[in-house]
Design a protein around this ligand. Structure first.
Ligand code: FDA
Length: 309
């Protein structure tokens, strides 16, 4: 892992930096590249615009690690409201939540109850809830939450990170449940004792796991895979696998983040591949933004250009 990436990921959890950055106009201007705005209305407008390009969406409010149970209630109410807004706008826009926003650190039982409320509401409205995967200490409790929610409803999926060694085993264990899985490379700073330190090994593991999840055995119980990456070479390699092995279109969707690899997004949509774009909004964007910078060092130059531009 490069020094710059390590520094950016370490900085993502620094309070002083967050205070400074959120006040700076040039940083806010750079953030707007990845975020249509801070309010849910901004996100819904962006989702409607993407719909005209035949791209569906996922909405997520930025925020993590709340400190009081009342905040978890506020977040849950917010997402219940988003599910209703999306239904009345007639949009195909799912939601994605972080367990630490729903109270995982304060009270796992409260977090589970909040998640169930969202999943039940989504099921009633014909929608779907994704559970984000956060840093490694949260993997086990998040998978526990997912299993409980999946027992109640098929309208819930979970993200798995290809950089973790454990993920191959998690995939095997989740497959018989017909689990909806969003496969990502992984965005946090993790030690080499638990995560592949080399990018090429992460990429290879992503490919291996995706092929496994697109295979007959995983598809049988009705699994849907979200192939969540902006990596064009990896995407093209998986498209070849999909076409050669005749994976039905209902078994997978591509997923990307708002504002990243737009031409690739348009290409996939033009080719008739199902694509969902995850739109983030909210005022707590600093740690999330630092992770986006860490994913591509050229983004730091982009921020610097905004400083003078
Ligand atoms: P990679 O980092 O190899 O990037 C491939 C290419 O894409 C780069 O060369 C660059 O051209 C472009 N690119 C990638 N990131 C960019 C950026 N920020 N700005 C500009 N260009 C960029 N992680 C996690 O730990 N838990 C989660 O729940 C999720 N959820 C999630 C949902 C969705 C829909 C996506 C797409 C991603 C996530 N992630 C995530 C983030 C994920 O783990 C990963 O950090 C990023 O997707 C970057 O990795 P790539 O797979 O895109 O490949």
């Amino acid at each position: 892992m490069s020094l710059l990436r390590r520094a950016l990921l370490a900085g993502s959890t620094n309070h002083w930096l967050r205070e400074q950055a959120t006040r700076r106009v040039f940083v806010r201007r750079s953030v707007s590249r990845f975020m249509p705005g801070e309010s849910v209305e901004d996100a819904v407008r962006a989702a409607a615009a993407l719909r005209s390009q035949r791209i569906t969406t996922i909405l997520t409010r930025l925020g993590e690690n709340i400190s009081r149970p009342e905040e978890a209630e506020e977040v849950t109410q917010h997402y219940l409201d988003v599910l209703r807004k999306v239904a009345s706008a007639g949009l195909d826009a799912q939601i994605s939540v972080k367990p630490t926003q729903l109270g995982l650190d304060q009270d796992p039982e409260l977090c589970r109850a909040n998640l169930m409320r969202l999943v039940e509401c989504a099921e009633k409205l014909g929608n779907f809830v994704w559970i984000d995967m956060e840093s490694s200490p949260y993997v086990e409790p998040t998978l526990g939450l997912y299993r409980k929610a999946r027992e109640r409803s098929p309208k819930v999926g979970v993200a798995l990170q290809a950089y973790l060694y454990r993920t191959a085993k998690d995939v095997e264990e989740l497959m018989p449940l017909g689990a909806a899985i969003r496969l990502v490379k992984g965005a946090y700073l993790e030690p080499p004792s638990i995560a592949f330190p080399k990018k090429r090994d992460v990429d290879e593991n992503f490919h291996r796991l995706a092929c496994r999840l697109l295979g007959e055995e995983a598809r049988q119980p009705g699994a849907v895979l979200h192939i969540a990456t902006h990596d064009i070479a990896l995407t093209d390699r998986l498209i070849r696998f999909i076409d050669e092995t005749k994976v039905p279109a209902s078994a997978y969707e591509f997923a990307m983040l708002y504002g990243i690899q737009r031409s690739q997004q348009q290409r996939l949509a033009r080719e008739g591949r199902r694509l969902r774009v995850l739109i983030s909004y909210g005022d707590y964007w600093f740690p999330w933004y630092m992770r986006r910078l860490a994913e591509r060092p050229a983004n730091v130059l982009f921020v610097a250009r905004n400083l003078f531009g």
